[in-house]
Design a binder for this molecule. Sequence first.
Ligand code: PLP
Length: 363
Amino acid sequence: VHVKRVYNFSAGPSMLPLPVLEKAQKELVNYADSGMSVMELSHRSGLFTDIITGAEQLLRDLMNIPDNYKVLFVQGGASQQFAMVPLNLLTNSKKADYVNTGSWSKKAIKEAKKYGDVRVIASSEDENFSYIPEIDSSMIDPEADYVHITTNNTIEGTAFRNIPDTGGVPLVADMSSNILSEEIDVSKFGLIYAGAQKNIGPAGLTVVIIREDLIGGAPESCPTMLDYKTHSESGSLYNTPPTYGIYIAKLVFEWLTELGGLKEMEKINRKKAELLYDFLEQSNMFRSPVKKDSRSIMNIPFVSPSAELDAAFVKEAKAAGLETLKGHRSVGGMRASIYNAMPTEGVEALIQFMKEFEEKHAQ
Ligand code: PLP
């Protein structure tokens, strides 16, 4: 049977690998001959224990997570981490340094200001967040409890090429839109967090990778569910976790592992992004608004000469099976989010469509 599938360029929730969806479909009603769906399993059952411990081990292997880091499966999205990070990590000086590289950074900064003395040490707001500012350790307050960056800026289409040296101050990263897209050195970070709905699985699950010494500093008044210690001590089973999301995440981790891990995924992602950026470079109609050395390989915004052409593009692309290409309302134009599950053929189909659109609408 032919199943209808489109190339979905949504910034999130976004595409999942087709083999993952097919496996979930096959197991939906009767998981591992239990006569139950994963959705119906007790989170304390043996079958679910195997799922959550298996998911954690796969993620540890994929990202090469050192033993002195905990992996937590929580809820509340990356937005809840905007509060949990300062609540738990502002333990000594109650000072934190943030880098402002876009809309999500701004939200993280705004939230952290509720809990401590937040300083913005660098910002690209002066140029519409179209670049990543240079950071060196001399800009960082050595007394700060942590430094926060957004490694990939989903809306603006920028990404840190190099992980800044923070001179020993713990580095916290919002990796919601580029986790698992390339190899990273986890040991350079104190804490990494990501909402699942781009490269991990369904919305509703949030992954936190935290160095053990950063756990346990939350004040008495910290709500139990917002304390990393609660989730760390209970193996993410203090209360009912998002069980189905964790199951799908495990299938995604298996898919990534079979594909060859992050080294291979990174190669594919770089190739996909290069195809699109190379096309934009020579196009007479479309261009990237992002500075070359700051470009994301996950989210690629592009603009045409007019709002009318933008609107026509999004509409005609949808009719051609290329979905959700409208840019974020704060940026305008178009944006192609090409996360791990977007096949190379999807990017090629987009480029072919752009070529034809350009010919059709040439002045
Ligand atoms: N941070 C980044 C970089 C994002 O792209 C998003 C978007 O989903 C968020 C934070 C917010 O995540 P959530 O919707 O999971 O709270």
